[in-house]
Write a protein that binds this ligand. Structure first.
Ligand code: GLY
Ligand code: MN
Ligand code: MN
Length: 465
């Protein structure tokens, strides 16, 4: 069995939800095993995060109902039979599992369709499914076709879940810290092992092994590439070359499925070139300015604005940008170099609750997503509150395709020196990412500090024998 919090924590979470949704009942489906290449050959199991949050159990073939009118929870599941035990070993009875998370009412999985039929006149709440098989199960249970499932998901339930899950409790922070500690090992190992001549895949395999040996594996597929200008580059096929930068964006899940997510960009040779150091320092300044500004009451959109302002100022000093800084930032000229947002919430998912809808998580009712390129990719605009866990991840990238398109259009020529940009065409990309808890008085960077300054990095890269 997976480790669990004390059952009172799950009970309290469900009680709070029961008192937040007006009427009806909510259906929660556990994730099933997902097949790789034939039905019984499955990926490493990962439970749905909302299911984990309210019911704790990290096993498939379960469902649950929270009944808002009758204030009760029912867990649906079947005990292992001898055939299951022969192949997969014994497992506690569902009633025992339920009692570990404070649930007393248990029914067989076959009773779930009957329950839904018998309660047909009542409001059924569910969250959007993101796996194909679950969409089919949800369609069969609710009689809502897959094509209409998303629009019929319960906004009331989604908003209530986001409101609870986005505020991390002390025990959740302790779990995130454990995930960060695994991330620290992954980063420092990759940095020590980094040297010209070895393959990106050598390092990627090594760090993935650490994540699996110490926790539940990586929190998303490892990004480890000398082509850091491709934001989510999952190719690891190149050999490390003297003079190149290696961007590593990775994180771990700890045994309770809480995540970490950090990024560092390091010189393969162990020493930044002057040109690399200049760009690196701008990104580091933006990262530090963003982190320093994190505190309750400030909209994250303002922190994004601060970070891209620092980047614009730095790029102006190098002659890559020019013109009125405020106007340049407002119109999104910086997005040639940093097209993405400054960060996102993190918790049981690395992009926390993205399955529930990014606008509910990052914008809420008080903020609207911009349609301007660059600004539109900002995942989080909302006002920060104590208990939020945010990533702060500015970057500077030289994306040849994007440069060509903008240059051909003469886009923002008032703000961008395209001749100078050409000198950086093959530079690659730099991103620096840390995980930050918003506290009552300000913020706390989570995890053991991963080497980040130029001096710190140059003293660890390649030191493994
Ligand atoms: N792991 C991708 C990101 O940093 O958001
Ligand atoms: Mn990341
Ligand atoms: Mn991130």
């Amino acid at each position: 069995m997976n480790p669990l919090f004390h059952k009172s924590i799950y009970q309290t979470r469900r009680d709070k939800l029961m008192n937040s949704v007006s009427s009806g009942f909510a259906l929660f489906l556990a994730n099933d095993d997902a097949s790789m290449n034939y039905p019984s050959n499955t990926f490493n199991y990962r439970q749905d995060s909302t299911f984990l949050y309210f019911f704790g159990l990290s096993i498939p073939n379960l469902a649950a109902i929270i009944d808002f009118d009758h204030k009760k929870t029912i867990l649906f599941g079947d005990d292992f039979e001898i055939d299951d035990i022969i192949w997969m070993g014994d497992q506690p009875k569902v009633a025992e599992l339920a009692s570990q998370v404070g649930i007393t009412e248990v029914l067989s999985l076959s009773a779930l369709p009957d329950f839904i039929q018998q309660n047909k006149g009542r409001k059924l709440h569910y969250t959007p499914a993101y796996r194909g098989e679950k969409k089919i199960t949800l369609a069969e249970l609710t009689e809502i076709p897959v094509s209409k499932q998303k629009e019929n998901a319960s906004v009331e339930l989604i908003k209530a879940i986001v409101a609870f899950r986005e505020i991390k409790s002390e025990e959740e922070i302790a779990e995130i810290e454990k995930a960060c500690a695994i991330g620290y090992d992954m980063f420092t190992t990759a940095m020590k092992m980094c040297k010209p001549g070895i393959k990106e895949s050598d390092l990627a395999g090594l760090v993935e092994g650490i994540a699996l040996s110490k926790g539940n594996g990586v929190s998303f597929p490892v990004i480890l590439s000398q082509h850091g200008e491709t934001l989510h580059n999952h190719n690891h096929h190149l050999t490390l070359e003297e003079g190149k930068l290696l961007l590593i964006d990775m994180g771990a899940e700890n045994k309770m499925n809480y995540c970490s997510d950090n990024t560092r960009a390091i010189p393969v040779s162990g020493k930044f070139s002057p040109k690399q150091a200049e760009i690196y320092q701008i990104v580091l300044d933006a990262n530090m300015a963003g982190i320093s500004a994190c505190k309750p009451g400030i909209p994250y959109r303002e922190i994004h604005k601060l970070a891209v302002t620092v980047i614009t100022q730095g790029l102006q000093k190098l002659g890559l940008m020019k013109g009125d800084i405020e106007k340049s930032v407002e119109l999104g000229a910086h997005a040639l170099f940093m097209p993405h947002g400054l960060g996102h919430q993190m918790g049981l998912d690395v992009h926390d609750m993205e399955d529930l809808g990014e606008n509910y998580v990052g914008y809420g009712d008080s903020f609207e997503r911009s349609s301007i390129f660059g600004w539109a990719y900002l995942r989080m605009a909302k006002t920060l509150q104590p208990g939020h866990v945010m990533t702060v991840e500015p970057g500077i990238y030289f994306i040849p395709h994007l440069i060509d398109i903008w240059k051909n259009e003469n886009k923002f020529s008032e703000f961008i020196n395209y001749d100078k940009v050409e000198e950086y065409r093959t530079f690659g990309g730099i991103r620096i990412e840390d995980d930050v808890l918003i506290t009552e008085t300000g913020h706390q960077v989570l995890g053991i500090p991963i080497p980040k300054t130029i001096v710190e990095l140059e003293s660890i890269i390649g030191i493994a024998k």
